[in-house]
Ligand binder design. Structure first.
Ligand code: SF4
Ligand code: SF4
Length: 146
């Protein structure tokens, strides 16, 4: 599955990735509309972490309308037509990586498009092909047709 990965030792927190993400998906340079957030690492001045979706897929089981599913690349995506904006996935995400913004009823998240990685001047971001995450209960049920 495709996943955006982060090399903290290469990050100098210029935040171009946040701007690129919001421009790519919302046509607006707005850090609040970025799927990736660069945060100062706790207790480590000058060091940073990236808060972004790991494509773990645990939110798939939480969505009451089956709006969250994996695509062919293994990327977890929200189907806007099925989402009812209950925000269960936002509250549930163990990584705090499912985002919301008052301008929209549908949440948003990283879909490993790679735009931010291309724009990062220090090469701190990359989209990698990692082993697939285990199927969730919902995915097993859908595959089994039960
Ligand atoms: S906000 Fe949308 S995608 Fe998230 S759990 Fe609710 S219906 Fe599903
Ligand atoms: S890979 Fe794409 S969707 Fe994910 S944080 Fe970067 S620009 Fe946003």
């Amino acid at each position: 599955m495709k996943v955006l990965v982060f090399a903290p030792e290469l990050c100098d927190a210029q935040l171009g990735c946040e701007e690129t993400c919001s421009l790519t998906w919302f046509k607006e340079a707005n850090h609040d509309k970025s799927a990736i957030r660069i945060l100062e690492a706790e207790g480590r001045t000058g060091k940073y972490t990236a808060n972004v979706c790991t494509q773990c897929g645990q939110c798939i089981d939480v969505c009451p309308t089956l709006a969250i599913q994996r695509d062919k690349r293994g990327v977890v995506r929200i189907n806007k037509d099925l989402c009812v904006g209950c925000l269960s996935c936002v509250g549930f995400c163990p990584y705090g990586a499912m985002r919301m913004h008052p301008d929209y009823t549908v949440p948003f998240k990283c879909v490993a498009c790679g735009s931010c990685a291309k724009s990062c001047p220090t090469g701190a971001l990359a989209v990698l092909d990692l082993p697939d995450a285990p199927l969730t209960a919902t995915e097993k049920r859908l595959l089994g047709g039960v």
